[in-house]
Design a protein around this ligand. Structure first.
Ligand code: ZN
Length: 290
């Protein structure tokens, strides 16, 4: 079986309330990323944040500063976010990627595309009520085609982010339409914590997605709002890759771990069942970047 690629999802828009190790500034993100590289990660996914408050930032220079630091000190594959419903237009979501791609020192390797539209209201499971009830994460087919073309023109590789089976079918159509060039790196998104846009973070939730993954699509699995570890063994056994980090979940099960500790645990589990951990060079080859 192919080596396991570990992607670290280093910060998202997670707060420090439950784990103070969530990195905000470019220097903090870089330092965490280097630790994760040593622990076995080959891809780093990050969101730009205000260095002090952690508020979401859309500034291209913050994205670029982070990428420059990481590339300067490591061979990690770099995947900034596109931003999501927090930004006003498809062009605004894309602009930092286009800017970063102009300079080889900051050019991203990957940019993620969420392959569909979802309701993203969160249900407060303690209070038994919705925190919001009208938040739609809109990605029209037109927008998705625009993302695919713009990312390709920038010389960056897309990551197909799969929230449901419909997203997998759309990815297949994008390959058939020549918008995506295989092999494609994809991420299966399972959702817990009161977010219902994805399948549950269980082995059944994962398997019912994996059943539909077409050839030439490499898949990883992540769990937004939940502990991924109950699924890590199942994903590794089925040939999948792992996308994990404090951005998705604080992992209080381990106290207040750092991102690198999560990566280290995944790497150990993979080796225990006989799958080697991919280096960034391996990941480049597996995902068609080499
Ligand atoms: Zn993200």
């Amino acid at each position: 079986m192919e080596k396991v690629i570990i992607e670290v999802r280093i910060n998202e828009y997670a707060s420090r309330n439950r784990n103070a190790h969530v990195p905000f500034s470019p220097a903090e993100i870089c330092e965490e990323a280097l630790q994760c590289r040593r622990a076995g990660a080959s891809i780093v996914h990050y969101h730009a944040r205000d260095p002090k408050t952690g508020a979401p930032s859309a500034k291209a220079e913050v994205y670029a500063d982070t990428a420059r630091r990481i590339r300067d000190k490591s061979d990690l594959l770099i995947m900034p976010t596109l931003g999501a419903w927090t930004l006003p237009s498809p062009e605004a979501r894309m602009s930092h990627i286009v800017e970063m791609a102009k300079d080889p020192a900051t050019k991203p390797d990957f940019a993620p595309i969420d392959m569909g539209t979802s309701n993203v209201d969160v249900f407060d499971q303690r209070a038994h009520r919705f925190v919001s009830d009208d938040v739609v994460y809109m990605n029209t087919t037109n927008t998705l085609q625009y993302f695919a073309r713009t990312i390709r023109e920038a010389g960056v590789r897309p990551v197909a982010v799969l929230w449901n089976v419909s997203a997998i079918r759309l990815t297949t159509a994008f390959i058939e339409a020549g918008l995506f060039e295989p092999p494609i790196y994809s991420e299966i998104v399972l959702t817990e914590g009161g977010l219902f846009a994805g399948n549950p973070g269980t082995v059944r939730g994962l398997e019912s997605m994996v059943d539909f993954i077409p050839p030439h699509v490499e898949w990883s699995v992540m769990c937004a709002g939940g502990n991924l570890f109950p699924l890590v063994g199942a994903a590794i056994e089925r040939g999948g890759h792992i996308a994990i980090g404090l951005g998705d979940y604080p992992y209080a099960e381990f106290g207040t771990p750092r991102n690198s500790e999560l990566v280290e645990r995944v790497a150990l589990m993979a080796r225990q069942v006989g799958r080697e951990v991919a280096t960034p060079t391996d990941a480049r080859r597996i995902l068609g970047l080499a």
